[in-house]
Design a protein around this ligand. Structure first.
Ligand code: TYD
Ligand code: MG
Length: 455
């Protein structure tokens, strides 16, 4: 008689595990996200445990742990090193997630080609060695230390890596790999979990840093799903509009550094080029200023970043007004519109409002509120805000403008880019002297802002 295979269900959106199927995940509230995965056989578990080499597993005094060994490895691309917190930590597992065609394979092949001192094992389950060679030719650089291995079984990959002892290993992609010990198809939740766990064990035991590539589902989740984020040390997300040429690499989780770092790349005919001054690309080129746009001074991790917020306000065609936001939280937009309505007397309830952040950026810094309000009002009045003005302030529910963190750095960056005026909260406390080339306008609430800007 065949033994019954036991299953568990995983939520593809949050990784929650449940012993039975449910229409709605109790943890994140998403509908129809539970997928079935067979429970791993106990025998296999023990086998996989037995495989780990005998590393000294004894409690150590923190004081005695040798830290100097953990020197970071530079990947030859300063922006990537910066996002990782100053290079890659030996023995770490870094997940790069992104939609198909965004440039994950390009980035991970460009690293060994740019950095010939790193002996790299590039494992691909998606392309043939010839295809990788073609791409490498296109990218240029030195390919003498880069080894291509076309394989999808993780046990073979680890055996090859143990024999070769590379300085860096790239695995493209987690969805195509499978572990022999698990009895389900590649790309399923249990396979992805086991593959990532096996690579993590290899990385930790051997000290070889591993870059793992993962595809993202259409909902924006790293397919296979959040459970991967718990396993790996660093999660980087590659985003942007893959019709345009700009790509944004963003840290989502980092055990060895700050997560809010962001780097901008341009996809060129010969690979990805790092954009050193992203603000210059994200702010408008037009001299005069157009109605419906305002520049926000955002802080991305440790770096100030200026970009354009665009809004379009028009009379609602249908009975209920539409509100849509790209790159900005739609609920926050509704809140800001309610503040404008209630605290400043603008009647926007019968208007459609569309909001867009330039360059495919997704923002979460509350300092962008002020620019959002100004872009909406500018479109509503059809009044162009001068192109040398920018904004940094959070808007509260009573219409007050609240101070933002590190105002000095935002002002400094705005001055460096040639802005003449910046609007900030009256309650901002500043330590440093502001540059002489920029005028800091302090406003206390939304009516005061409207008076100062649109009079
Ligand atoms: P790729 O790295 O294959 O994407 P992913 O691995 O995330 O699926 O990138 C594919 C896109 O990048 C493809 O549309 C072609 C483009 N590209 C360039 O524009 N220039 C280049 O030098 C390379 C290698 C790719
Ligand atoms: Mg690819």
């Amino acid at each position: 008689m065949a033994t019954k295979v036991k299953s568990v269900w995983y939520c593809t959106s949050c990784g929650n595990e449940s012993p039975k199927w449910m229409g709605r995940c109790p943890a994140c509230g998403e509908w129809n996200t539970m997928v079935e995965a067979p429970v791993e056989q106990k025998k296999d578990r023990q086998a996989s445990k037995g495989r780990t080499p005998a590393v000294e597993r004894k409690a150590q005094n923190l004081r005695d742990i040798d830290y100097s060994r953990e020197a970071r490895i530079s990947l030859g691309m300063p922006e990537v090193d910066r996002i990782l917190g100053g290079g890659m930590v030996p023995g770490s597992l870094v997940l790069i997630g992104g939609e198909p065609g965004i440039g994950k394979s390009t980035l991970s092949l460009q690293i060994p080609l740019r950095c010939p001192s790193l002996r790299t094992l590039y494992v691909t389950g998606e392309e043939s060695a010839k295809q990788v060679k073609m791409r490498a030719n296109r990218l240029g650089g030195d390919d003498s230390q880069c080894f291509i291995f076309c394989e999808t079984m993780v046990e073979n990959i680890i055996a090859e890596a143990e024999a070769m002892k590379p300085d860096l290993m790239v695995v493209d992609s987690v969805q195509t790999m499978f572990a022999d010990s698990v009895d389900s198809t590649p790309g399923s939740v249990s396979q992805i979990k086991e593959v990532a766990a096996a690579l993590l064990r290899f990385a930790k035991d051997s000290g070889v840093p591993v870059i793992l590539i993962g595809h993202i589902t259409k909902d924006g989740y790293i397919a296979g799903p959040k459970i991967l984020e718990h396993i790996v040390d660093v999660v980087l997300q590659f985003e942007g509009d893959n019709r345009g040429s700009y790509r944004i690499l963003r840290g989502i989780k980092n055990r060895f550094g700050s997560t809010s770092e962001l780097a901008v790349f341009e996809m060129t005919g010969t690979g990805l080029r790092e954009v050193e001054n992203p603000s210059e690309m994200l702010i408008p080129m037009h001299e005069q200023g157009l109605s419906g746009t305002a520049v926000a001074a955002m802080l991305d991790g440790t770096r100030p970043l200026l970009f354009e917020v665009q809004a379009l306000v028009s009379s609602a065609v249908y009975g209920t007004a539409q509100r849509s936001a790209t790159g900005f939280d739609a609920r926050r937009l509704n809140m800001l519109l309610a503040v404008l309505e209630k605290r400043a007397g603008f009647h926007l309830s019968a208007k459609d409002v569309f909001l867009n952040m330039a360059g495919g950026l997704k923002v979460s810094d509350p300092a962008c509120d002020l620019a959002v309000i100004c872009a909406v009002l500018s479109s509503n009045f059809d009044f162009a805000i001068p192109s040398d003005v920018c904004f940094a302030g959070e808007v509260g529910l009573s219409g007050e403008i609240r101070p933002v963190a590190q105002a000095d750095r935002r002002i400094g960056e705005a001055a460096r880019l040639g802005f003449k005026r910046i609007f900030i909260s009256s309650y901002t406390s500043m330590d440093e002297k502001t540059p002489a080339s920029i005028k800091v306008v302090k406003v206390a609430d939304v009516p005061a802002l409207v008076k100062a800007l649109f009079k």
